[in-house]
Design a protein around this ligand. Structure first.
Ligand code: DP6
Length: 349
């Protein structure tokens, strides 16, 4: 048996950050993210089933080129999954992947990459085994498999606002899979924009996995995990009642806390750059002067995400071009916003 499966999955930006993990990729605190629209990974898996082999056979192309590092990471990931799905070891897989965003843009690609991969792999498993799940169970399992590749990828399996991790008062939320926020979202948060300012596109000095690891000895870890849970609970109310002021406070406190935790790690480290700080300063000044509800958030790197309701796009574009682009590498920024989640590509070309 052979065939091909293609999925396209977006990246996401965390409003409440996942930072700290334990066991098999389980989060120390719940996180809440907004799925993006344009920053996508498309992954095709050409598969065939070979009854005479005992170990999965894999080749991997990124942008049509071999990529040994990612192929190795993918191979180990597949071997780990054979405990759950023994049939994986009988598969021959040719995986090929590409991103819509530039490779060296500094955008975290593991979320969209592992989400697209997990969705594709689960589709292949269903096809080969002949055992199909219902839609809910399919996406829950895809989120679970994506998490095992990269924690934040568990959230990219869904569109809109997504929570991953046990949260007080929300019995359905769990550490193993993400869930979409299903409470009514206020209109102001239904069309959020995210302009991503690329301050430095180079690979991070300290990767996320090492950063998560340093939370195990961080003296502020316990209180941080409690704060994140409180923020996730409060963010549900904010997304429903449209309280932009509180949204801005939580989002910016989360961004700065993430980097404060890095600085307070043992050893401490710093991923913010001069351009990052200059942009943050100007964003605050602009909000003060104009009363436009613009805020910033940060990933584990120096690049800045500007979040704002779609109705202010013209004013923010003007601010970026006038005052912020000078802090961006090659005058680079990416225009994105809230998205609906992954899609299965049915035309296999
Ligand atoms: C700061 O999901 O990249 O972006 O699970 O080790 O792959 P691994 O880490 P990763 O961590 C993301 C951390 C973050 C915050 C977030 O997305 O919640």
């Amino acid at each position: 048996m052979q065939g091909k499966m293609t999925w396209e999955s977006p990246s996401n930006i965390a409003l409440v950050k996942y930072w700290g993990k334990y066991g098999d990729q389980l989060p120390q605190n719940p996180s809440l993210s907004m799925t993006l629209h344009k920053a996508l990974t498309t992954t095709s898996i050409h598969y065939s089933n070979n009854y005479n082999q005992e170990e999965v056979k894999l080749s991997f192309l990124f942008d049509d080129q071999p990529n040994a590092d990612f192929e190795k990471r993918l191979f180990h990931y597949l071997v780990r999954l054979t405990d759950r799905y023994p049939l994986i070891s009988r598969l021959r897989l040719e995986v090929s992947s590409r991103n819509t965003f530039p490779h060296s843009s500094g955008i975290a690609s593991s979320a969209s990459a592992f989400s697209a991969l997990a969705l594709g792999l689960l589709s292949v498993i269903e096809e080969v085994s002949g055992e199909k799940r219902n839609t809910d169970s399919f996406f829950q399992e895809a989120s679970n498999l994506a998490r095992m590749g990269s924690g934040s990828a568990s959230r990219s399996v869904y569109g809109g606002y997504v929570v991953w991790g046990k949260t007080d008062g929300f019995p359905k939320y769990s550490n193993s899979t993400a869930h979409p926020v299903t409470t009514a979202i206020h209109p102001v948060f239904q069309e959020m924009h995210d302009s991503i300012l690329i301050v430095n596109a180079a690979t991070k000095k300290v990767g996320s996995s090492a950063g998560h690891g340093l939370m195990n000895t961080n003296p502020f870890a316990k209180v941080r995990y409690q704060q994140a849970e409180q923020h996730v609970i409060e963010m549900h109310q904010v997304l429903t009642n449209g309280d932009l002021e509180r949204f801005i406070q939580i989002v910016e406190q989360e961004a700065l806390t993430l980097h404060a935790l890095m600085m307070a790690s043992q050893p401490g480290y710093l991923l913010l750059e001069g351009g990052t700080l200059a942009i943050i300063d100007r964003v605050k000044q602009f909000r003060n002067d104009t009363k436009i509800p613009l805020c910033f958030t940060l990933d584990a790197g120096p690049n800045v995400h500007l979040l704002y309701p779609a109705s202010y796009k013209a004013e923010i574009d003007d601010l970026i071009k006038r005052e912020l682009l000078l802090f961006c590498t090659s005058n680079h920024f990416l225009d994105d916003g809230i998205g609906h989640g992954p899609t299965k590509v049915t035309n296999q070309g």
